[in-house]
Write a protein that binds this ligand. Sequence first.
Ligand code: ZN
Length: 253
Amino acid sequence: MPMNQNPDPQVLSHVQEKIKLITTDEGAIYLVGPIKLPVNLLGETVEFKWYCWLNCDEVTADFERIIAKLSSANLAELQQSSVLVHGDFHDADHALIRFHSICHTGDIFGSRRCDCGYQLKQSMKHIAEHGNGAVFYLANHEGRGIGLFSKALAYILQENGYDTVDANLRLGFVDDSRDYGDAIKVLKALRTKPVTLITNNPRKLDALRKAGLDVEDRVQLWGDVSEYNEKYLKTKIERSGHLNEGEGFCNND
Ligand SMILES: [Zn+2]
């Protein structure tokens, strides 16, 4: 990123206490927060704390240098991930977490071709009811990592008889290319105790454990099955190894 002039020193004094440097193999993650975020959760206002993070090649504790680059970095053309935290997430004995892959169609438009929007809201509700936890909203995971434009093409293939796995494969992608490394690093900056993962997908659980996540338990999340997503959900169970336990048949993550 090119450098602009130095930012107003007052700006730095307001924000520098809220920025945390996390080093990675490729550079650094700059984690900003907590920021108060009262959320309308199914009709009730629930207080969350919001954090957002930015990956950068440059590793520096001089945040003035990072702020100076922002206005010319065109960040709106890229996606940044974030996390919503509720309650005493750092110290609570048992915390619920969800690693939610961004779904433009499901989360924003309320599409019923998948159940992402339902799972996002329900995860937040479970966390609020449990008293603490975190929802990681992973912005580079659209379409299980293929991006929004490719997902649109995959949807067209699905309308022509391909299932979700084959559609991704036919477009030249692997079925699931999501990486959780950065999110786990951010989690470790916010909490070091074990977590309970909200997911129906045992492969995701394994992937997260392999990537260093300390998971003590898994809870399922069922619901919002409809004529529009039945085939999609069946593919999840039959081809992607999702567990179909209890009452529901479903899940999308
Ligand atoms: Zn979705």
